[in-house]
Design a protein around this ligand. Sequence first.
Ligand code: 5GP
Length: 203
Amino acid sequence: MWSVFSLFLGEFMKVLEEKIVKEGKVYPGKVLKVGSFLNHQIDVPFLTLLGQEFYDRYKDEKITKILTVETSGIAVAYPVAELFKVPLLFGKKNKSNNLSNDCYSSQVTSYTHGRVYDVVIEKQFLTSDDTVLLIDDFLANGCALEGLIDLCRQAGAKVVGAGIVIEKAFQDGGKNLRAKGIRVESLARIADMDPEKGITFID
Ligand code: 5GP
C-alpha cells in the first residue's frame, strides 16, 4: 500500500511499479492494460500523486499550457495543470479529413488500435506565446507525442518536455525523442513484458 511516508523515502516509483505488476495485465502484441487506475477506472488520489511528481520535475520551467491527447491522457494531465495553474489542452482524435482552417492537425498512428487518425486542436488555444509540457499515459513508438510536438511546431509554441506515466522502453519512442533533444521524464520504464513471464522494469 502506498503512503505519503513512502513518498518521503523517494520510493514512489517503486510504488507505481508494484501497482503496475499487481493490477496490470499484459496482452499479446505487447499491450499493457491498467484499467483499474489509469485507462478505465481512475484512481484519483493516485493520479494526483503522479501529477505532483511531474510538477516537481518541471516546476522550474515557465509552463503556460499542459498538452495531452484524448482520452486517457486527460486524467493524468488534469492534476499537473492544476498544480501549474495553467490550462489543460487536449488534442482531439478526428477520423475525418474535413478540418476547418481554424485548426492545427497532425497524423498519428494509434499503437493500440492500429489505425491512423488526425490529432486536432483549435488554433486559438495554442500560440507562439505558449511554453508547453506534454503529458501522456503511455509512450510506445512515440507517434502520439510526435503528433503533439508537430502541433506545437505549427503553432510556434515551445515544448519543454514530456511527462509519461509508463514508458515501454523496449520500443523506440523514448529513445528517438530523447535523441531529438526532448526531455522525456517517465515514471515507470518497462524493460520487457510478456503475458507468461510478466513485467520487468529499468531502474
Ligand atoms: P505511441 O504513440 O507512443 O506508439 O503510443 C502511445 C499511445 O498509445 C498512448 O497515448 C496510449 O494511449 C497508447 N498505448 C501505447 N501502448 C499502450 C499500452 O501498452 N497500453 C495502453 N493502455 N495504451 C497504450
